[in-house]
Write a protein that binds this ligand. Structure first.
Ligand SMILES: [Zn+2]
Length: 247
């Protein structure tokens, strides 16, 4: 039996049977994986709190016979990110980040997606639920997953954009007034320029960013529109965020 080990972020888990647990986690090289933790609830000795959502761990596992699950042998807790439990906003944003990464396929094993989610969770845990965190996560996820919309030129005619214009992710991104059908989301060149710049900032940097109200509102709508093109079902955590009115 081949034993393997990887760093991982626990995305979520569910109980199985009397004492077992099924854990979904993100790894740098293999993207999203599912593991079966036998006896995880009955004996806390082997896994302790290491299988809690949002924890950074070092997992040891083997491939289960013919199954879709890896067989988890033990988990070394690196960081539980206890700061996420301080308030509901932090928890809601953490859950949203994990659900979004999973819904987009976990980056299909791109280590930068792993680094991005780890840095986002670290930021929420230490600095709290800043309005910048969600925007930075979303814009980087789109660009590093290969889903970037056209921003700085018209997606239809590739012409330049005026000061204000329209955006439609369904039609590929920004649209100049000549190409845009009526009724689309109006956006400003300033917001689009900011998103384009942010997409190229270091993936692990979350501190020191401050956006105005307009960037947060417009940018948030653009990114949500772009992300929705790649989601097959609505995210539960997003509905919760909207209910709480967390940005
Ligand atoms: Zn055009």
């Amino acid at each position: 039996m081949n034993l393997a080990a990887s760093d991982a972020i626990i995305l979520h888990h569910r109980d199985y049977g009397e004492s077992d647990r099924i854990v979904t986690f993100l790894t740098p090289d293999d993207g999203i994986c599912k593991g079966f933790a036998r006896n995880a609830r009955a004996s806390r000795k082997r896994f302790g709190p290491a299988l809690e959502s949002f924890a950074q761990v070092r997992l040891h596992y083997s491939a289960a016979k013919g199954g879709e699950f890896l067989s988890l042998r033990d988990a070394e807790l690196l960081d539980l990110r206890v700061g996420l439990r301080i308030d509901l906003q932090r928890l809601a944003l953490a859950a949203y980040g994990c659900e979004l990464v999973e819904a987009l396929g976990g980056g299909h094993g791109h280590p930068e997606i792993f680094a991005l989610l780890a840095a986002y969770l670290d930021h929420l845990s230490s600095a709290g639920a800043t309005p910048e965190a969600r925007l930075l996560l979303e814009v980087r996820l789109l660009f590093h997953s290969g889903y970037a919309p056209h921003l700085l030129h018209c997606a239809e005619c590739f012409g330049p954009l005026p000061e204000s214009f329209s955006f439609s992710a369904e039609q590929g991104g920004s649209l100049c007034p000549a190409c845009a059908p009526p009724g689309l989301l109006p956006v400003s060149l300033g917001t689009i320029g900011t998103l384009s710049r942010l997409a190229r900032t270091p993936i692990e940097a979350f501190s020191g960013f401050h956006f105005g109200e307009r960037t947060l509102n417009e940018g948030g709508k653009i990114l949500l529109d772009a992300l929705n093109q790649h989601l097959t079902k609505p995210l539960k955590s997003l509905a919760f965020l909207e209910e709480m009115q967390v940005n």
